[in-house]
Design a protein around this ligand. Sequence first.
Ligand code: SF4
Length: 740
Amino acid sequence: MAATASPATTDAMLSRRDIFKYLAGGGVGVGTGLLLGEVNQRPLETLLSTHIPPEDFSPGMDTWYNTLCRMCPAGCGISVRVREGRAKKIEGNPGHPVNRGGTCALGQASLNALYNPDRLRSPMRSDGEGGFVESSWDEALEAIAPRLGAMQSAGMGGRTWILTGGSLSSGEEALDKFGEALGANILRLGLDTPATELAAAKAIYGFNGLPHYDIAKADLVVSFGADFLGAWRSPVGYSKAYGEFREGGGGHRGYLVQVESRMSLTGVNADEWLPARPGTEGALALALAAELLGRSGPDAAPAGWEDLPGALSLDEAAALADLPAERLHALAERLASAKTPLVLGGGAAGAGANATETLTCVAALNRVLGAAGTTVRPNLAHAPRYSALSEIEEFVAGAANGEVSLVIVAGVDPLHDLPDSLGLRGALDRAELVVALDSFPSDTASAADWILATDTFFETWDDDISLPGTGKLSVTLQQPVQKRLYDTLSVTDIVLRLAQRSGGALAEALPHEDAEAYTRSEWATAWTNLGIQDDFDAGFRQVQQQGVWVADLAEGMADQFSAEAAAPAAPPEPQFAGDASEYPFVLHPFQTPGLREGKGARLPWIQELPDPQTSVAYGSWVEVNPATADGLDLRDGDVVEVSSQAGTVTAPVLRYPGVRPDVIAMPLGQGHQANGRYAQGRGVNPASLLAARGDDITGALAWAATRVALRKTGERVRMTKTSGVSRTLGRQILGPADEH
Ligand code: SF4
């Protein structure tokens, strides 16, 4: 029961650059190299002639290139099948430690981004009337670089704001260097950043990264809100591990308990589903921790944890969470008798106003169980710092005061993904110049003055260190698997060109010719710093073949948990925006495996992919518990108005027994105002309902802390569903007959 502990601080953690050094020291690690291609020498093919074929054209022959999937931050390695110079099919890289040969639907559909008819094919300039006209790179860079140069000379770089996502990649680092050299402000944004998970890990485990959860090794997994089989953090890697957990390598089939107010894909697969009242997950976890400490005695407790102030008894916690007390007692028994238990926390449990306190209690339960160091391991990579709502407010206020000269939006879509209540649209309207770097006319890009058309990840160089990680050190290389289809550049290329044209400190910080040179220089520098004698070109080519560079943890690195973590405090009562008398339901937005926060909406394969639980495709819906629906006289397909203090949307009802009666759930990802023909105008965006409310500790957006009201409109629609109805249509099949 005692937690594994040895001295560690964040200083023992590794920055992205340190990891490069460490890996270089370990040499090339495991991996199954596939075919090597000299991709840079491939000629541009638009039409292929078999009379004079390009050098590497072999009719009927496939070539596979290992690279990186960039559709979400999980950082899976993929193998892309290329024929006649065109990417055709994606498989998981079997030698990659994150996904071990697997991919998800979104990764598979990423080819839709490459060949999408609505991809931007060149830089675009706003015509000032809501439209865009094609431009050239020269014209685009000339419109931006002199402004950057002038701000640089005048020491007014702080009038520039860079809005980005925050990956651990070379491209992101180039953007960081650009921002630092200019003195610009950087906002790392997203609806579902792991800010609260990181804060909890720091408080309890003592490291500044996301923990690696070794699900395969566990015999009992209790997940507080983390939909790890659906869309949470690293779903392919976790699904692989889940298969091993269920197979029971140690002779015992793993047991899964899911605690959440809306049944997720993971909840569907669980042995037990506990529909806790939203925001009470931390109190539950702390009560379980106190119960287990009480059973094992003070000697087994981590130092200073003999007493957990404010912890409820199991009966009190069950009452607070609206759960049967006997189920909580049974869960305590399971945890006490498990040999390798693991507790996860995330999703809506990590997105309330008390999210950090909640996840701190969940992590504390892992320490009480002795899971820290066994089923919970450090990932070692320093996580980026995600922006708090207060920083976004600072940007919005600066724009309102005329203090924002330039906004660079790099690959994120905050006008869609974040709540309207933050006021970002007004801030972009007021900024002097807005430049979006995107492959698509996203909602945000469509509000810009310039859209600088970017490559897809199939067409350019980069790399990535997976934040959810694997407990091993690895860097995945992204390489072009085919020539550019259009007149596009990567984000790194654009940053490098802007820096060169602007001159001064910017040009000095980023002297590289292009993204390939920049990426290679990052790797070569690491090689040199560590005195690696191997030929760099040969080594780099080997990494190109393998797609990833992997090293096992060095001796002692698995135990980098802080010896002294303060005992967790009881989480405060859950707070929600909106008065319960006016807004009686808690809104539970959720990500589907395909759409996620919205990136999948532009991909036709994802639009036609039915949601795995409800089988709905192409639109949005409102999940309402049948008891609640009966009370409001709502049937499937009845259109309701969902309103909060922040906004209103309308969508059809889906009666869903897997949601608590006091909660309604809506999928994220749809409701784009732009973003191409497959996304635009389809469904509604529940993010527009969210209040600008932050987590108490980190200030991260509390996207699960808004109350809403429902109103029947009287309209009805037929939803696009692949399944039939779950009602018995008047026939007594199982139990009493229900309504028609
Ligand atoms: S989980 Fe993310 S990185 Fe992995 S295949 Fe799916 S979209 Fe790509």
